[in-house]
Design a protein around this ligand. Structure first.
Ligand code: PGA
Length: 247
């Protein structure tokens, strides 16, 4: 049984449906969420019996309309997609501002999707570095969830992925965070949200997670799971990660 939540984010990969179905077949367990590109969601959803599927982004109008190229929350829901990643640092780099992210979080939560909201500081340097990171994260978090209403039923639909941008494998000189620091920040995120919203969501860690380090993060009670990018595109890594988290 997998007790923590493990999310695989394939970004704009793989390039064929065949390969994505093969990867998905390796991870069909409860508490696993596979986030392929939009175009593969339907087929992967049909293939999986235990794992859930998630989209990597969503548009901010619930029911669609004149928005060429956009995917609405209802379209996702109607094909059985349960989760959506919002605010990934790569989307922020491509132009998603906190205001845009806030609109997306709002409609996705209202539509009943489970939102994996990505937050994280761009740099961690200088003295008092975790304190500075916390300040940045708090600010970002409040902008991203501004005026989102969480009815008791929807509370569990908010999941935070703490992804320090510098730790994401595609960043320059990326390295995974020190698990102890991530656990401290995860606990800070829970306390902050508990104070302002009255509940603490699950907090995942993401950033250069591999089969070599995943257990060091999951060991902490404050960390409820992991968001895995690059490593989830390699069959061997996927198999190893599943073996570790199934224990
Ligand atoms: P990474 O990506 O595991 O390749 O660092 C994580 C992410 O971008 O979500």
């Amino acid at each position: 049984m997998i007790s923590k939540l493990i999310v695989f984010n394939w970004k704009s990969n793989p390039q064929t449906l065949t390969k994505s179905l093969k990867l998905a077949g390796l991870v069909d367990y409860k508490n696993i969420v596979v986030c392929p590109p939009f175009i593969y969601l339907f087929e992967i959803r049909n293939k999986l019996s235990n794992a859930a599927v998630g989209a990597q982004d969503v548009f901010w109008e619930t029911g669609g309309g004149p928005y060429t190229g956009e995917i609405s929350p209802l379209m996702l829901k109607n094909i059985g997609v349960k989760y959506v990643i919002i605010g990934h640092s790569e989307r922020r780099r491509l132009g998603d501002t906190d205001q845009v992210i806030n609109k997306k979080v709002r409609v996705a939560i209202n539509s009943g999707l489970k939102v994996i909201l990505c937050i994280g500081e761009p740099l961690r340097e200088g003295s008092k570095k975790t304190e500075k990171a916390k300040e940045f994260i708090k600010n970002q978090l409040f902008k991203d969830i501004y005026e989102v209403s969480f009815s008791p039923r929807k509370r569990r639909n908010l999941i935070i992925a703490y992804e320090p941008v510098w730790a994401i494998s595609t960043s320059k000189n990326a390295k995974p965070d020190n698990p102890e620091d991530s656990a401290e920040i995860a606990s800070f995120i829970k306390e902050t949200l508990n104070f302002s919203l009255g509940f603490s969501p699950k907090v995942l860690y993401g950033g250069s997670v591999t089969s070599k380090n995943i257990q060091h993060f999951l060991r902490y009670n404050e960390i409820d799971g992991a968001l895995v990018g690059g490593a989830s595109l390699k069959e061997n890594e996927l198999k190893k990660i599943i073996k570790i988290v199934k224990k």
